[in-house]
Ligand binder design. Structure first.
Ligand code: ADP
Length: 497
């Protein structure tokens, strides 16, 4: 059998992932975890998945055997090259090494001043354009059967395919919306700089209420749409959660699929996690207490085994509903609980959580920043993960919580509703509860949910049962990757008809 890229058999289905982030190379949120883990999980299912990513600073140095695949002269204002290499965990990645677009201090989307990079339209048009060239097989010897686009930053690929003179030869595309709140909106005048024809800027194209929307281009022109949980897939069809896109999405609702994210159970395994003070598992659950004590010590809280430790690991934005937790805080802390917060985002929320730590030094610890290792230690040490999101496409921290026996306390929305079973009387009786849900998403309901959680925590037998059940939930990628694989097959078959 002839060999494809990296020695894979040539009859493997070839999928190109176009994404603005990918763990462990660059991560600001859950999309990175998905883009790092899903392609790996697809490998055993006969999928040759390659990831295309912008070459942010430091990313190329993390790749093994990086080699130039193609030159990209004059790529949106400068010369660049396409480089292919492998991550430490074996993921095959192609990088767009474009110094004029990506080599600068700051984040993938924001500059050091906390504002969007002024040329973000060019930075992600470049990602999308290179994605389209790869799709046509014009760069190197690898041509995908299908292109999987992730969020607005990659969505313009669908436009470049659509307006290419060889459009008939374009492979089909799947656009996954990881968060509908991010729509890639720009001034309509940037259209020329994107090298797209005037006809693209139409109400049935990427024109969106007087702006130009990258996401809308993808929603219009991708062959199929998906999002990261069945509940979110339904929610975004409604005016309430559709963020202005609900009409467009309703028009394509037959081509919209919701698949819950998995997590990398190798990286997130409390038995082998190198970040932890002590390994533990559902069978050796008592060892979790050592992680709780280590966390309390590390964050300067009183080391006590009798208090429930609640934790938050999150972007600090309105979406995540953490202002509700601040409102509920006096009531929550009156129950003799501790709260640890790891997050970064809105300066006002950062200041509020810092203030809370100052006001309650024996009960609240706040770490502002992005710290992957600490996020593991928090999951290991905490008794409960609090996720009060106003909307949540899937959410990953509750899945890590399940795996680490940190019982999720979640708003009943989106993927949180799909992945946590509320410990109501019936679920407790039937032995299926894995967490606590609350609705409506308001401070009072959150406070009640936390009080219910603490009550359960005080019943050691009931608590251990929930923890063990949570830890035994299937949160890995296996079955979810299989769903993507059958979605790809369906899209490819539709194409063949
Ligand atoms: P979103 O993608 O909306 O930010 P998710 O729950 O899907 O939310 O994914 C968030 C991911 O980012 C998780 O892996 C979480 O552990 C991680 N994360 C969020 N904030 C931080 C932080 N301050 N430090 C370390 N990891 C973080």
């Amino acid at each position: 059998m002839r060999s494809g890229v990296d020695g894979l058999p040539s009859d493997y289905v070839k999928i190109l992932f176009v994404t603005p982030e990918c763990y462990p190379l660059v991560k600001t949120g859950g999309l990175a975890d998905v883009a790092g883990a899903l392609p790996m999980a697809l490998g055993p299912m006969g999928v040759d998945a390659q990831v295309l990513l912008p070459g942010y600073p430091g990313v190329r140095a993390q790749l093994h055997s990086a080699q130039r695949v193609a030159r990209l002269p004059g790529l949106f204002g400068g010369n660049a090259e396409l480089v292919r290499g492998t991550t430490a965990h074996g993921l095959s990645v192609m990088l767009i090494d474009a110094p004029h677009l990506y080599h600068r201090p700051g984040g993938p989307y924001l500059g050091p001043d906390g504002k969007d990079w002024p040329d973000n339209h060019l930075r992600f048009a470049a990602l999308s354009w290179v994605g389209a060239q790869l799709a046509f097989g014009r760069l190197g010897d690898w041509k995908p059967d299908l292109v999987h686009l992730h969020d607005w930053q990659a969505a313009l690929t669908a436009a470049y395919l659509r307006f290419d003179k060889e459009r008939a030869a374009a492979p089909p595309t799947v656009l996954t919306i990881h968060n509908l709140a991010f729509q890639g909106l720009f001034e309509p005048s940037v259209r020329k700089a994107l090298q797209l024809p005037a006809e693209a800027m139409h109400v049935d194209g990427m024109e969106y209420w007087g702006t130009l929307s990258f996401l809308k281009a993808g929603v219009q022109w991708a062959s199929h749409l998906s999002t990261v949980s069945p509940t979110y897939a339904r929610e975004i069809l409604t005016p309430n959660d559709g963020m202005g896109f609900d009409g467009l999405l309703r028009a394509r609702s037959n081509e919209l699929t919701g698949i819950v994210n998995g997590i990398d159970t190798g990286l997130w395994d409390p038995e082998t996690d190198p970040h932890l003070a002590a390994p533990f598992s559902a069978r050796k659950l008592t060892a979790k207490a050592k992680n709780t004590a280590a966390l309390q010590r590390e964050l300067g809280l009183p080391v006590r085994s009798d208090v429930p430790v609640l934790a938050v690991v999150s972007r600090l934005t309105a979406q995540k509903g953490l202002d509700l937790l601040l409102d509920a805080l006096p009531r929550v802390l009156a129950t003799d609980a501790q709260l640890v917060v790891l997050g970064t985002g809105d300066t006002a929320l950062e200041a509020d959580f810092r203030d809370a730590a100052e006001a309650y030094p024996t009960q609240v610890a706040t770490v502002i920043g992005f710290d992957e290792a600490l996020s593991h230690r928090l999951q290991a040490g905490a008794h409960a993960m609090v996720v009060p999101s106003r909307f949540e496409p899937c959410g990953l921290t509750q899945l890590y919580g399940l795996r680490y026996g940190a019982i999720p306390v979640v708003a009943r929305v989106g993927g949180l509703a799909d992945t946590v079973i509320d410990a109501n009387e019936a679920a407790l009786h039937d032995g299926v509860a894995t967490g606590v849900q609350f609705s409506p998403v308001e401070a009072d309901a959150l406070a009640v949910a936390i009080e219910r959680t603490i009550e359960l925590f005080r019943d050691k037998v009931a608590w251990q049962k929930i923890q063990k059940r949570a830890m035994s939930r299937d949160v890995g990628w296996g079955s979810r990757a299989a769903q993507y694989e059958s979605l790809y097959a369906k899209v490819l078959a539709g194409r063949a008809q």
